[in-house]
Design a protein around this ligand. Structure first.
Ligand SMILES: [Zn+2]
Length: 102
């Protein structure tokens, strides 16, 4: 006596194997357009899942922790005291401080 989930799994597996040649024949007959449509659909679904599944913003690399160097414009850590690219001094706000005494 098979359990119901085993019957379901067997049925699905059998149906999948049985449909495989039909699916392949369909795509071979349909040509590149159908491949393109399928690819676009899968991509859209994947992106939709990706954006709905993990909607949490990642602040590690966001603009809140980085700032533009006022001297050379490079992206530097907001907490840095000096630009790692040009060496310009930065305060906590990421603004160059007193390099020319003006
Ligand atoms: Zn710089």
């Amino acid at each position: 006596m098979m359990r119901q989930d085993q019957v379901l799994a067997s049925t699905l597996a059998g149906a999948g194997v049985a449909l495989l040649p039909a699916v392949l024949a369909f795509y071979l007959a349909a040509g590149p357009t159908m491949w393109l449509v399928t690819g676009a659909t899968v991509t859209a679904l994947g992106l939709a899942f990706a954006y709905t599944a993990d909607d949490e913003p990642t602040n590690d690399e966001s603009s809140s922790t980085k700032t533009n160097c006022p001297d050379c414009g490079s992206r530097v850590l907001a907490t840095a005291t000096a630009c790692e690219y040009c060496g310009a001094a930065l305060d906590d706000e990421g603004i160059a401080t007193g390099t020319d005494g003006a």
